[in-house]
Each structure stands twice: as structure tokens, then as C-alpha cells.
Design a protein around this ligand. Structure first.
Ligand code: CTP
Length: 413
């Protein structure tokens, strides 16, 4: 069924990989393909086996001018190469129509056919346009899967209301194909001003164990670091996210590496720092750890005081700052409760940072566990105070400033 994919297409054109799943709306994917082509987009199609029962692969092959990828497990020698090549080729991965089944597989990371495998492998932005029966759409499993996907940065073009093929009326009808194509074009035209840059972001708290069941940690939620990682990935950077224990979904297309303690974070950061163009230390490492970690659970002291001796942890930022190359841009954060600007400026110098993002964590709308922040961006030359903004917007402003500084570093080094 599957012909070998030819990747010798016009590389100056943007490429959409169009995933088609098995629903009655599959025929509308032909129109989506045509509309994308009219906008100058090169389209490759991947179909599930069920989609082939609604529209023949030959139709998409003829329209797209490329072989259509279907389930290729009959050809074990080549499928691995083909799905990775397609995943890499995509500037946008659009699945339209997307059944409840593909949404569930994506939410769980299941890769058991050509489409689910390819979308799992891609680092491109992903968009889904679901279409299904109203009951399936309303089902909490489907809604939960959508929330999971959205939290990972997947764009969702929600279905419209209307009369469905099954005779029911309600939500579940594939959104108008023009709307889907407009949304796809918006994502495709988003700034890719970080393409070619490698960015390492650290995020979240550390945990310093006291005994097998207890640890010392802090209130960092990781939201700011995750927002930066997502924004950098969306802007085309290759992102490595070092993450402490947080309850956030990793942004799609970002390589994540977990850490637990400050020493652990330092080890991971040193492993990856040399490969990066930009380092962003948004994590909240504990400054101290227990001098000894009890082997067994510490018991109550029958009224006596319990005293822990703490020793200082390495300063991850200071270590990275000391070792960084002149062309590497290094950004830190300063979470302060008083003298915000002075304290942050001191840290900028002490840790050899190029830029520090300072915030008063006691201010309403800033700091821990909220989706907004109020920050001051401080470099050696400039101080820029930003108003209350969503963490997503703050992330973009930090990256805007980072790109300006990076260019200056490149000129100097
Ligand atoms: N930082 C670090 N390693 C540490 C402590 C902090 O890498 N052991 C980093 C943070 O990730 C942040 C910057 O240093 O980017 C400033 O962290 P902050 O907690 O504000 O300052 P500290 O250096 O810990 O100083 P203090 O707690 O005394 O304010």
C-alpha cells in the first residue's frame, strides 16, 4: 500500500504533514489539502488504515503529488526511516479529521501505526481538528485527552455544532475547512526567529532528602520555565528542558530531562551546557541539603527538639556562568522579597550572567503557582520593567531580549 516517500520536494516551501483518520469527514481532508496548496504549502499525507475505507490513498496521492504513507508495518525494513523523515520534514503536523481514537493515542503517547508513530516523533507544531459523534466529543475521556494535548502545546480547532452524519445534532462536526486552513497558516507563519539555536531551560524546584520519606523543597511550580521552553520551541529553537518534580505536562517537541536534587541538576546541566547557544536557569535549586540523610524514617523525638545540620549546595548558575563560552548567552532569575533590583543586579555580576529576570515573589499576580508574573529584565546595559503579564507573554519578552543580546555577543566574540 505504501510507496516509498520521496523527500526531494521543493524545500523552499513550507511543509504540512496532513494526518487523515477514519471518519466520515475524511473526504473534507481533500479540500484542506487543496486549500493549503493554493497558499503555497507542500502537503504530505499520512492515513490510518480506517481512513482508507472512506477515501482511497490514490486520491490523496494524486492531489498531493507525493506517495501517501499508510500503515507500513508490513515493510519493517523501511517504515522506521520513512516516519522519521516525514516527522522531520513537517513545519506543521495537522490531523484533520481527528477521531477520538487518535486523540486518545496522542494523549497517551501510543505509537502503533504510521500516523501515531509519526506524530509522536515530530518536533513540529501539531494541530488537530476533531470530528466525531456528539456523545464521543462530550465524553469526559475525550475532553480530558484534549486538555492534556492542549497543555502540551497542541493546537485544537474545536468542532462546530450541526447535524452529524449519524443523524444526531450537536458538537462534533468538523470545523469549516477554510477556518482550519486559516488556523494552520497562522501557526505556519508564526515567528521562527530562534531556528538553529539550541536552548537549555531549567525549571521547577529541587528536593533535598532528609530520610526515605521526607524532603526539603520550595514553592516553585515550574510554570515560568515551562512557558519559556514552550515559547522557544514554538519559535523554532531546539529545546532541552531540565525539570524538577512539577505537575506540568512537558511542551510538545521539547526534550525533557528530570532532576531531583541541586547536585543532580548541576550534573545534568554540565552534561548538556556545552552544546547550547542559550542557557536559561529558571529552576529554584535548594541552597542547602541535609548533612546526612537518615537511612530509616526519622521517628518522633518524644518532645525533644529535632535538629538538622545543613550544608551548602553548589551554586549551579555560578558554576555554569564560570565555565560558559563567550558566545553563549546565560540568563538567570532572581526571586526576591525585598530590594529586588539591587539584589538581582548583585546576582547578575556574581554568577556571570548576561541577563537576570527579577521578580518580587510577594507581589500579587507574581511568583509561585500563578499564571501571571511581574518582572524586571536586567542586563549589564539596561533595566526594563514589564507590567503584569501572563507567563507565556513574559516568556516571549525574555526571548525577544535574549535574541538582541545574543546578536551583540556574536558580534563581540
Ligand atoms: N541558583 C542556582 N543554584 C543555587 C541557587 C540559585 O543555580 N544553589 C540560581 C537560580 O536558579 C537563579 C539564580 O541562581 O537563576 C538566583 O537564585 P536565587 O534563589 O534568587 O538566589 P541565590 O543565589 O540562591 O541567593 P539568595 O537565596 O541568597 O537570595
Amino acid at each position: 500500500m505504501t510507496a516509498r516517500l520521496q523527500m526531494s520536494a521543493d524545500t523552499s516551501k513550507k511543509c504540512v504533514v496532513l494526518g487523515v483518520t477514519g471518519g466520515i469527514a475524511a473526504y473534507k481532508a481533500c479540500e484542506i489539502l487543496r486549500l493549503l496548496q493554493k497558499r503555497g504549502i507542500d502537503v504530505y499525507v499520512v492515513m490510518t488504515r480506517n481512513a482508507c475505507s472512506f477515501v482511497a490513498p490514490l486520491t490523496f496521492e494524486t492531489l498531493s503529488g507525493h506517495p501517501v504513507a499508510v500503515d507500513t508495518f508490513e515493510r519493517p525494513a523501511t517504515w522506521e526511516v520513512e516516519h522519521i523523515a516525514l516527522a522531520k520534514r513537517a513545519d506543521l503536523f495537522l490531523i484533520a479529521p481527528a477521531t477520538a481514537n487518535i486523540l486518545a493515542k496522542m494523549a497517551c503517547g501510543i505509537a502503533d501505526d504510521m500516523l501515531s508513530t509519526t506524530v509522536l516523533a515530530t518536533r513540529a507544531p501539531v494541530m488537530v481538528a476533531p470530528a466525531m459523534n456528539t456523545g464521543m466529543w462530550d465524553n469526559s475521556a475525550t475532553q480530558q485527552n484534549l486538555r492534556t494535548l492542549q497543555a502540551r502545546g497542541v493546537h485544537v480547532v474545536a468542532p462546530a455544532n450541526g447535524r452529524l452524519a449519524c443523524g444526531d445534532s450537536g458538537a462534533g462536526k468538523l470545523e469549516d475547512v477554510c477556518v482550519i486552513v486559516d488556523r494552520a497558516m497562522e501557526v505556519l507563519c508564526e515567528q521562527q526567529d530562534m531556528k538553529g539555536l539550541r536552548v537549555m531551560v531549567t525549571a521547577g524546584p529541587t528536593r533535598e532528602p532528609l530520610d526515605p520519606v521526607r524532603y526539603i523543597s520550595n514553592r516553585s511550580s515550574g510554570k515560568m520555565g515551562y512557558a519559556i521552553a514552550a515559547a522557544a520551541q514554538r519559535r523554532g529553537a531546539e529545546v532541552t528542558l531540565l525539570t524538577g518534580p512539577v505537575s506540568l505536562d512537558a511542551p510538545a517537541g521539547v526534550k525533557t530531562i528530570p532532576f531531583t536534587t541541586t547536585q543532580d541538576l548541576l550534573d545534568r546541566a554540565l552534561e548538556h551546557a556545552a552544546d547550547q547557544d542559550i542557557l536559561i536557569q529558571a529552576a529554584a535549586p535548594a541552597d542547602y541539603r541535609a548533612k546526612t540523610i537518615a537511612d530509616q524514617k526519622i521517628k518522633k523525638q518524644s518532645g525533644a527538639e529535632l535538629v538538622f545540620e545543613m550544608v551548602e549546595n553548589p551554586d549551579v548558575a555560578a558554576t555554569l556562568g564560570r565555565d560558559k563560552r563567550p558566545d553563549q548567552l546565560f540568563i538567570g532569575f532572581a526571586a526576591e522579597t525585598q530590594h529586588v533590583q539591587e539584589n538581582a543586579q548583585g546576582k547578575l555580576i556574581k554568577k556571570n550572567l548576561d541577563m537576570i529576570v527579577a521578580n518580587d515573589v510577594t507581589a500579587p499576580g507574581a511568583g509561585f503557582d500563578v499564571d501571571t508574573n511581574i518582572v524586571t529584565i536586567i542586563s549589564r546595559e539596561e533595566i526594563r520593567q514589564l507590567p503584569l503579564m501572563s507567563k507565556a507573554d513574559v516568556a516571549d519578552r525574555i526571548l525577544d531580549e535574549a535574541l538582541i543580546l545574543k546578536q551583540k555577543l556574536a558580534v563581540r566574540s
